[in-house]
Design a binder for this molecule. Structure first.
Ligand SMILES: Nc1ncnc2c1ncn2[C@@H]1O[C@H](COP(=O)(O)OP(=O)(O)O)[C@@H](O)[C@H]1O
Ligand SMILES: [Mg+2]
Length: 329
């Protein structure tokens, strides 16, 4: 499920472990005075070496702004950050040698071939493909049969593998991947996360942003970002464990009718479509029989009702309260 835009709540500070990436109260503003956009409103977190850290957030949350600050491409208006022990402002040149960055929008040269793209990125980092081939071998070998094809002619999944190979060719210690799986088919998405796991095993610290809530479960820890604020930072299991309310999975012959009825039930907190069912988050001491009777009274047919465990997506939905009116803060 793709994460939606909603309201916001305050974030807790993360536990302070010595990090490979240390972000301290970063503020990023765009525009001036009346038209000011607060893209990052005091973001703090730490990522340990070798960690696979996810930034989960909807469009406009501030993911790209954050990655651009951390990769020294953008100056923050407030706060400070360190990457691999180096300051993002003072030590920007050295950081650029140490980080790999795969921007959300396409970083490849469409008119260059697969092989030429890779060689180009190796050259600008003053290295060679041969020297670092071991690091990208398992990824690049999948597209090597097409090495003479222009990047612009590759499928989405293949472009993504090439872009990742290019971001890795100078053997970075920290890798920033901005929405690498957006617009990529489900199979390629799954393969991509497998590749990240392998890279992590080689000790590379990985920060990856995504609007897909289900991908949170594939990270060691995740930060939920919305309108420039962190709503929660935890392990995927930790986020699930914090969810204390009962959830019912409900199905009936007319799902739209059912959803409207669920929303009007007095013992309900929230209801939303969830795969083949609707998830109904119930008040703590709700009564299953009265829910069933209520749905029958409202002429729902073929009702199926079962208790279910929260999924990480349920937790994110609960963490993000309904959106304020458009244009509101
Ligand atoms: N160059 C810019 N000028 C003005 N506003 C911007 C600019 N870049 C981003 N923003 C705004 O900052 C907020 C965060 O954007 P962004 O970092 O791109 O979020 P995300 O990558 O999560 O979609 C959004 O409200 C966006 O409209
Ligand atoms: Mg973005």
């Amino acid at each position: 499920m793709r994460i939606q835009n909603n309201g916001n709540i305050q974030s807790p500070r993360p536990a302070g472990v010595r990090g490979s990436v240390i972000v301290n109260n970063i503020v990023k503003l765009y525009g001036k005075k009346k038209d000011i956009v607060k893209a990052l409103q005091g973001i703090s977190f730490e990522v340990t070496k070798g960690e696979l850290f996810g930034i989960i957030g909807p469009d406009g949350a501030g993911k790209t702004s954050l990655f651009r600050v951390l990769t020294t491409l953008l100056l923050a208006e407030g706060g400070n950050a360190k990457v691999d022990g180096l300051d993002v402002v003072k030590d920007y040149k050295e950081i650029r040698n140490r980080v790999g960055y795969m921007p959300g929008r396409f970083s490849l040269y469409q008119d260059l071939t697969v092989e030429e793209n890779l060689e180009f990125f190796a050259t600008i980092f003053k290295t060679t493909v041969d020297e670092n081939y071991d690091l990208i071998k398992s990824i690049y070998s999948q597209i090597e049969p097409f090495k003479d094809r222009r990047a612009g002619k590759l499928s989405g999944g293949m472009k993504q593998k090439l872009a990742l190979s290019c971001a890795l060719i100078h053997r970075p210690s920290v890798l920033f991947l901005d929405e690498p799986t957006t617009g990529v088919d489900a199979v390629s998405r799954k393969e991509f996360w497998e590749m990240l796991k392998q890279l992590k095993e080689q000790g590379i610290t990985i920060l990856v942003s995504t609007p897909y809530m289900d991908e949170a479960g594939l990270c060691d820890r995740v930060a939920l970002l919305q309108t420039g604020k962190i709503l929660s930072i935890n392990t995927p299991q930790g986020i699930i464990d914090e969810f204390k309310k009962p959830i019912m999975a409900v199905r009936a012959s007319n799902m739209l009718h059912l959803l409207n009825d669920l929303k009007e039930f007095e013992q309900i907190e929230d209801a939303y479509p969830f795969g083949e069912y609707h998830h109904a988050v119930m008040k703590k001491n709700f009564d299953e029989e009265s829910l069933k009777n209520y749905l029958l009274q409202r002429s729902n047919k073929e009702i199926e009702l079962k208790r279910t465990e929260p999924d990480i997506e349920d937790c994110f939905i609960a963490l993000m309260p309904p959106s304020p009116p458009a244009g509101g803060e």
